[in-house]
Design a protein around this ligand. Structure first.
Ligand SMILES: *Cc1c(COP(=O)(O)O)cnc(C)c1O
Length: 411
């Protein structure tokens, strides 16, 4: 069998892959949940490991021929344990949402009460949104952020916990820019007898690098995607205390999933290996510096930033009063070759499809090598796009392409 023949065999798909790769090279990616996986991670994904069926766990498979895959999965687990100081790790979850489904299944029965962060205050769909399985299967009670400070209102978390006696408290977010006091959550959970679940999908890379506080030694169970700040393949892992290992494993398989994607396990292991290197610590540090500089530049130009800044890799720009919405801003920036995601602001008067803000994140631009200087230049270009007309957007697009050429992502 030949390999490397996509171009010869399927010109249509080859063309799509080439054009998308070129787009990623020539445009600015500020979507906080995206990153550029390394060539080694991508290489591991495109291997014959994709062919194997490995239902079960190392040493206990439902299919033959898994000796080498067992070695792989054990290595991925041991690297993840080292990275996060975890007692137990399951590396099989296919993505963040299925990982969270497995966590709920491992600890709860349908109908049980869970406390989670409101979606429009920065929570995730899988933390109880009514259209999501989580909101349909479980009784979610939602806490929010303080409307003055933009910080999670821990007094409200405690009040709701005492009032509703949840079986689980979820801490974690998709659009919150401040450090989380994991111990304060654990203390509240201890007071009411709830399990603690941290969803660190966004910040896992920053935690692995030691730049943000790690909930793994404190919380009962922690899930994370592997493709955001952690910069691995699309996928997820679940970490927990050893005493919950069996129930978590059972919930992933056979509870939620069939066979793991072994090529993805290999790519996760490669990414964990990368994150254990000292270069990755430098990367994570720069991600946060870049986000802080970027938020401050927006503030200097007169824009509002939710909570006034950031401790991590992202922040929310609030355009209320600017005469345009987050969706308008997203569209304008897209024309200039800059990707951001529209975002609600806390207590947003506008609907989620046309919210008041945008979420801006620095993991991807930092991977391509941006430092403070490029970040400042980028914000001034963004302001020109936001305040200017379509013609200005097209002029800026040219400047963005020049900037991107200096910092190529993939050859
Ligand atoms: C991204 C994200 C997820 C879901 O990840 P998918 O891989 O897209 O399913 C779950 N939780 C949080 C907090 C996230 O930010």
């Amino acid at each position: 069998m030949k390999t490397n023949d996509l171009k010869a065999q399927d010109a249509e798909i080859f063309s799509i892959v080439s054009r998308e790769t070129a787009r990623q090279n020539s445009e600015i990616e500020l979507i906080a949940s995206e990153n550029y996986a390394s060539p080694a991670v991508l290489e591991a994904l495109a291997t014959p490991l994709a062919n194997k069926y490995s239902e079960g766990y190392p040493g206990k498979r439902y299919y033959g021929g898994n000796q080498i895959i067992d070695e792989l999965e054990n290595l991925a687990i041991s690297r993840a344990k080292q990275l996060f100081s975890a007692e137990h790790v399951n590396v099989q979850p296919l993505s963040g949402s299925p990982a969270n489904a497995a966590v709920y299944m491992a600890f709860l029965e349908p109908g049980d009460t869970i406390l989670g962060l409101k979606l429009d205050h920065g929570g995730h769909l899988s933390h109880g949104h009514p259209v999501n399985f989580s909101g349909r299967l479980y009784n979610f009670i939602q806490y929010g952020v303080d409307s003055e400070s933009g910080l999670i209102d821990m007094a409200e978390v405690r009040r709701l916990a005492i009032q509703h006696k949840p079986k689980m408290i979820v801490a974690g977010f998709s659009a919150y820019s401040r450090e989380i006091d994991w111990q304060a959550f654990q203390d509240i959970a201890d007071e009411v007898g709830a399990f603690t679940f941290a969803d660190i999908a966004h910040i896992a890379g920053l935690i692995a690098a030691g730049e943000l506080n790690n909930p793994v030694p404190i919380f009962d169970v922690v899930s994370t995607t592997t493709h955001k700040t952690l910069r691995g393949p699309r996928g997820a892992i679940i970490m927990c205390k050893e005493k919950y290992a069996a129930q978590v494993n059972r919930a992933v398989f056979p509870g939620m999933q069939g066979g793991p994607h072994d090529n993805m396990t290999a790519a996760k292991a490669v990414a964990f290996g990368e994150a254990l290197q000292s270069e990755f610590k430098g990367y994570a540090k720069q991600v946060i510096i870049n986000a802080k500089v970027m938020a401050q530049e927006f503030i200097n130009l007169g824009y509002k930033v939710v909570s006034g800044g950031t401790d991590n890799h992202l922040f929310i720009v609030d355009f209320s009063g600017c005469g345009y919405s987050g969706k308008d801003a997203e569209k304008k920036l897209e024309l200039a070759g800059i990707s951001v995601s529209r975002s609600t602001i806390p207590n947003d008067p506008n609907p989620p499809m046309n919210p008041s803000g945008i979420r801006v994140g620095t993991p991807a631009v930092t991977t391509r090598g941006f430092k403070e200087e490029e970040i400042k230049k980028l914000v001034s270009l963004m302001a020109r796009v936001l305040e200017g007309d379509e013609g200005e957007g097209l002029i800026v697009k040219g400047e963005i392409e020049n900037l991107c050429r200096e910092f190529p992502v993939y050859n």
